[in-house]
Design a protein around this ligand. Structure first.
Ligand code: FAD
Ligand code: UDP
Length: 398
């Protein structure tokens, strides 16, 4: 008899498994249909021995000390500030747009003050910032919007920026300084030994059993449990009763090159000419030294694994109908990016999961993270059983 069946071993499922087992001494079965833990944050060594992120670049950043401290129980960190270049007009220039972007693009030598004046001249005032187009045009005007945002967004989402909530492009600021960091959060770091190792530590508790390669629907009738935590797509849980919720997908093309360095930045964005949106070179992120290097190209797709909820009003409305169904299920808790249909980063999912644990355990969030029954035991070589009784090594190849 399990206290909880947790569907999905990504951040949402794994934080809750860890908290319920270590914080409340509950017996947990966590299952994932993929052959590994860590959800979209899964990393592993490819055939050449380069540490890669199977589902695209995952860079950890947060302003929450609580989230950072919580994860620090399971990993050491490597300080890492992310930087991105965009390929525009045959040049590689910093994105977010900053002083150097404008100067390089237009062959100018403006100061920070002058670039502010420049942007004041080209920006178009939008009284209400409702859509993703409004946000960018209001900040930098039509020309820069078209060079950096319009086509990238159309490619990434299959929609024009005018059809997407403001929150999507508002993730990328505009700067008049020379700061070329992608994020400005107070904590920016990568798990020193990778995400998968961090998840292994989170789940290393005899009260947590893990089953991989297993859709929960294959086992749900055969095991007994008191409550479920569901982190998969919410529309799928309810058999698409109100129709499909749109999620955007990606195809990842991984490559290894017989050279130490492939490109001049960790990520290069390709807004315009290419079918892919960006190329990531993993060694920048992980700090690994290797004589070869591995990269991934991201090709947006309509069909395939659900990676991105699509923030726009009609989708929020449809999600709300599913949310009403979810709230009526006192036996199931819906948590995570797919189950709450939120375009959330990893730290936001950790925070959401800790809040959910607090609710389940009847405590405030601060108390929820501080309750650790025992010190985390040292990491062992983890072998997990999949649905067919086959033993699977968690850090298996791509
Ligand atoms: P997931 O990681 O998706 O986990 C859900 C799990 O549930 C999956 O493993 C899935 O297999 C499993 N599942 C679903 N249905 C079933 C079922 N029926 N039975 C069994 N298992 C099931 N965030 C950042 O903070 N920084 C970044 O740089 C960043 N980069 C990203 C890049 C890409 C390309 C993508 C797609 C996301 C990125 N994110 C980033 C977001 C990050 O991936 C998410 O915030 C986080 O992984 C969400 O965790 P989750 O547990 O909610 O979902
Ligand atoms: N974006 C863009 N051009 C860029 C970078 C981002 O148009 O060079 C837009 C695009 O719509 C993208 C969104 O801003 O989906 C958010 O970018 P972010 O890098 O945060 O996307 P993620 O890493 O979540 O895929």
């Amino acid at each position: 008899m399990f206290d909880y069946l947790i569907v999905g071993a990504g951040f949402a499922g794994s934080v809750l498994a860890e908290r319920l087992a270590n914080g409340s001494n509950k017996k947990v079965l966590i299952c994932d249909k993929r052959p590994h833990i860590a959800g979209n944050a899964y990393d592993c060594y490819d055939n050449e021995g380069v540490l890669i992120h199977k589902y695209g670049p995952h860079i950890f950043h947060t302003n929450s000390k609580e989230v950072f401290d919580y994860l620090s129980r399971f990993t050491e960190w490597r300080s890492y500030e992310h930087r991105v270049l965009a390929s525009v007009d045959g040049m590689l220039v910093p994105i977010p747009i900053n002083l150097d972007t404008i100067n390089k693009l237009y062959g100018l030598n403006l100061t920070a003050f002058e670039v502010k004046e420049f942007l004041e001249k080209v920006r178009e005032n939008r009284a209400v910032l409702r859509t993703s187009e409004d946000v960018v045009v209001n900040a930098v005007g039509k020309e820069l919007y078209e060079k950096f945002f319009r086509n990238y967004t159309r490619k990434q989402w299959g929609l024009d920026p005018s059809e997407l909530d403001a929150s999507v492009t508002a993730r990328v600021p505009t700067r008049t300084s020379r700061d070329d960091r992608y994020f400005t959060d107070s904590y920016q770091a990568m798990p020193r030994h990778g995400y998968t190792r961090m998840f292994e530590k989170m789940l290393d508790n005899p009260n947590i059993k893990i089953i991989l390669n297993c859709d929960y629907r294959e086992i749900v009738k055969d095991i007994s449990f008191r409550q479920m935590i569901y982190t998969g797509p919410i529309d799928e849980f309810f058999d698409y009763r109100y129709g499909k919720l749109p999620y955007r997908s990606l195809e990842f093309k991984h490559e290894t090159h017989d050279t130490e360095k492939f490109q001049t930045a960790p990520v290069v964005n390709y807004p315009n000419e290419q079918a892919y949106t960006r190329i990531t070179e993993f060694k920048y992120l992980t700090g690994q030294e290797h004589r070869k290097t591995s990269v991934v190209y991201e090709y947006p797709q309509a069909e395939g694994d659900p990676y991105y909820p699509i923030p726009r009003p009609e989708n929020a409305e449809l999600y709300n109908r599913y949310r009403v169904l979810a709230e009526a299920r006192s036996d199931v808790h819906f948590v995570g990016r797919l189950a709450t249909y939120k375009y959330y980063n990893m730290d936001q999912i950790v925070a959401q999961s800790l809040t959910q644990y607090g609710k389940i355990a009847g405590m405030k969030r601060q108390e929820a993270t501080s309750l650790v029954l025992e010190k985390q035991p040292a990491i062992k070589t983890p072998l997990y059983s999949n649905g067919n009784g086959v033993r699977v090594n968690v850090s298996g190849g791509v």
